[in-house]
Design a protein around this ligand. Structure first.
Ligand code: SF4
Length: 361
């Protein structure tokens, strides 16, 4: 998987690399939250992410091994990153997922180590992930109906996801979150049912507006259910909903039902929140994207494999971050009626890094 380290690289007993000043980008946004994709493959084919069957996968030899992933994350944590979310494709399809968690759980400075999964394999891994040091998990679940699950993902397996959710709460993987992409005419009639399910499962449900990124080649604004429309539908059933005040850069707005149930809405399509965005993404082959919509990323795998020290990697990362001006969702929103899918299939085939399942959502 990886070339032997450069003998010229700093010997391991060298003093830990200097912690640089936590950089702020050109809009004064800190570098706090890193999403790390462990693999670009997935065991589902959700049609808003992987509408096709066959894909241009990342070359296996380019995939970072456990230690390389650890070394890169260490470089980021020395610059202020304290939230690390493991993603995919489907991260539980990566055989060494527990080893990666174990490696990252030892890195000082990470106060929130989480993982987002489609839940199909969660029942099998939940306890081992908790033992390895994972703090919490988020499960992507867009419907509670087996027929719709099959229609959306072209696979069966809803029962496995529900088993996974139960196993995760039994394994003590923190307060579970459930992410639901809401699509008009598909699952917008399940908001109440999903909230009720979340209550029973002890999980916080977050509804996500349908986004035009990656493989969302069928995206159109008509299929987007806006935050205010979701709230109106939920108020009709549950009664007055109170908005909870938020501080920090988390993407979700939180709300409280009359019975105290808390849920979230991520309104990245109609009310983008780029102004406070402290998130960036590392693909499984070590390419760093400063924004979900960014056309290009920075290759960190090559300098890493060429023996760059942690200090040198930090300088490269900090030097890049300070020039960041990305506000992708805001720019997309300004397109208004001209807005369509970001990419078509032929565009995605040209560069697998454009795919959502490569960038890790
Ligand atoms: S679109 Fe880009 S800048 Fe805006 S919130 Fe998403 S990742 Fe951040």
């Amino acid at each position: 998987m990886s070339r032997p380290a450069d003998p010229l690289a700093a010997p391991s007993q060298a003093a830990p690399a200097a912690r640089l000043e936590a950089p702020k980008d050109a809009l004064a946004r800190p570098l706090n939250s890193l999403r790390v994709s462990l693999i670009d493959t997935c065991n589902l084919r959700c049609n808003y992410c992987m509408p096709g069957e066959d894909y241009v996968w990342l070359p296996w030899d380019d995939i970072l091994d456990v230690d390389e992933t650890g070394r890169l994350v260490e470089a980021f944590t020395g610059l202020g990153v304290d939230k690390v979310r493991l993603t995919g494709g489907e991260p539980l399809m990566r055989r060494e997922v527990e080893q990666v968690v174990e490696r990252l759980a030892t890195i000082p400075g990470i106060r929130d180590l989480s993982l987002t999964t489609n839940g199909l394999l969660l029942a099998r891994h939940a306890e081992a992930l908790a033992r390895a040091g994972l703090h919490r998990a988020t499960v992507s679940l867009d419907t509670l109906r087996a027929d719709r699950f099959r229609q959306l993902t072209r696979r069966d397996g809803l029962h496995h996801v529900l088993d996974g959710i139960e196993a995760a709460s039994c394994a003590g993987l923190g307060r579970l979150k459930i992410n639901t992409v809401v699509i008009r005419g598909f699952n917008d009639d399940e908001l109440v049912g999903l909230i009720e399910f979340g209550k029973q499962a002890g999980a916080e449900v977050r509804f996500i507006e349908y986004m035009d990124v990656g493989g969302a080649t069928q995206w159109s604004i008509d299929r987007v259910v806006a935050r205010r429309q979701m709230l109106a539908a939920l108020e009709e059933h549950f009664g007055p909903i109170r908005e909870l005040s938020e501080n920090g850069s988390a993407p979700a707005n939180h709300y409280c039902l009359p019975d105290g149930t808390v849920f979230g809405i991520i309104a990245s399509t109609t009310e983008p929140f780029c102004r406070t965005c402290d998130r960036s993404r590392l693909t499984a082959d070590g390419v760093w994207f400063l924004c979900l919509y960014a056309a290009e990323g920075l290759d960190l795998r090559t300098p890493l494999r060429d023996g760059a020290s942690t200090g040198e990697l930090r300088e490269l990362i900090a030097g890049t971050w300070i020039g960041r001006t990305d506000r992708g969702a805001e720019e997309r929103a300004r397109l208004n009626s001209l807005r369509g899918p970001l990419y078509q299939i032929e565009d995605l085939r040209k560069d697998p890094h454009r795919e959502m399942h490569t960038r890790g959502g």
